[in-house]
Ligand binder design. Sequence first.
Ligand code: FEO
Length: 170
Amino acid sequence: MAPHWPEEVDVFTVPHSRMKKLVNLYKSMVMSTDFGDKVHLTSLLQNLHNVFTELKAHERIENTFIMGELRSKLRAASISNPAVCNCHSDNRLTEMQDLVSDGYEWAEKPQRERQIYGRKLRLALEDFTQNFLPHMDMEEEVFQPMLMEYFSYEELKALKAKVIKQHGIS
Ligand code: FEO
């Protein structure tokens, strides 16, 4: 369990609450989708497209604002930490976006093939979720303490404000 940091300098918890809501949203959508039904499947794909666009934006914001600034701080202190460079190299977001895009072609196929695609999509989502939830925990447990160490309190307040604004969270 990640330690609790003062809310005004905790850059991960609020965006991650939003990401966890999205995870719960797609889990419940997938559970209630009849993949054999073209309208159901197409509606799910549109919702998943929106979800993964938001997850991808989250990753971009972290790369640009959090990891980018953390890397600069570490460089200034002559510290090398590969985890900071590679933390988004294996979270399969792009693969999921491609799988969702492919789904529109599958939706045009006969019912049996839509169901085959549905099984593949469900398994891929489960696999993605099993990686993504620990990934967020890792960011909170590993990177937030590093931010606390290398940034001033005021710098972190400003960073958090930037991160929240970029996510469009009020
Ligand atoms: Fe906060 Fe890299 O997901």
